[in-house]
Design a protein around this ligand. Structure first.
Ligand code: ADP
Ligand code: MG
Length: 244
């Protein structure tokens, strides 16, 4: 499989606080890859760096053969251009526009699409895929449940027809059955729509079961990487993340 995302030795700091140190990763096109790690490990920082929201102290990030982020500022693309290249982020905590309707939120996700008929077609696809969103399309987002809002945040990201979907803790704060439902949607998006998925999740078991490959982040460093099935069997992972 061809590599779609390459993270090469990146470091990120907030002032004097080092959040990521010498992180390197590779994601193959078509894969689901997960990143697991405790609270504060640097997971959100990594996703934000990929979409250009965090400047790099060192290293570089390459997407589909093009350098999109590097420590030299002039060599990086803006967040807007990175989105146009085909990377969409569903941020932690969803960041939906609560006072806008479901439909208006989806329109926002298609900001880079000029052709209105394409936007309408994609919205119809989203309403087919997430029927609850179709039923609620004229409702304000704040009236949706947490799970429905997460589905809407994913649908909004898909409105840009990304090649790579970044998901920051899609299960956070949701009931186990809802999380299962969201993960089954993520697998369908990956298999049927051929979207590469990079997933950050505290529910390590579910994440690794869904992933062909995984990375473990501790204190801003990658300490382990392997096939998802191998990490599930790994003693250190079981002790620290699987409650075994
Ligand atoms: N805006 C910020 N300013 C200062 N420190 C931050 C900021 N965001 C995150 N951090 C720190 O960076 C580290 C990594 O945070 P984060 O990437 O949010 O971790 P995770 O998503 O794995 O919980 C933590 O120590 C956190 O306190
Ligand atoms: Mg986070």
């Amino acid at each position: 499989m061809a590599e779609i995302l390459k993270i090469d030795d990146i470091s990120v700091s907030y002032g004097s606080i080092r959040a990521l140190s010498d992180v390197s990763m590779s994601i193959d096109e078509g894969a689901i890859v997960s990143l697991i790690g405790a609270n504060g490990a640097g997971k959100s920082t990594l996703l934000n760096a990929i979409v250009g929201l965090q400047p790099l102290k060192t290293g570089s990030i390459t997407f589909a053969g093009e350098t999109i982020c590097q420590s030299k500022h002039h060599g990086s693309l803006t967040t807007d251009l990175i989105a146009r290249r085909g990377i969409a982020l569903v941020p932690e905590g969803r960041h939906v526009f609560a006072d806008m309707t479901v439909e208006e939120n989806l329109d926002m996700g298609a900001f880079m699409v000029k052709d209105q008929s394409v936007i309408e077609k994609r919205k119809d696809e989203m309403y087919d895929f997430f029927p609850i969103l179709g039923a609620r399309r004229k409702q304000k987002t704040r009236s949706l449940s947490g799970g429905e809002q997460q589905m809407m945040a994913i649908a909004r990201a898909l409105m840009s027809a990304p090649r790579l979907l970044l998901l920051d803790e899609p299960g956070l704060g949701l009931a186990p059955l809802i999380v299962q439902d969201i993960f089954s949607k993520i697998r369908i998006i990956n298999e049927e729509n051929k979207v590469t998925v990079f997933l950050v999740e505290q529910n390590a078991r579910l994440a690794l079961r869904s992933s062909s490959y995984g990375y473990v982040l501790e204190n801003g460093r990658i300490v382990l990487e392997d096939k998802g099935s191998a990490l599930l069997m790994n003693e250190r992972v079981q002790k620290a993340y699987l409650g075994a």
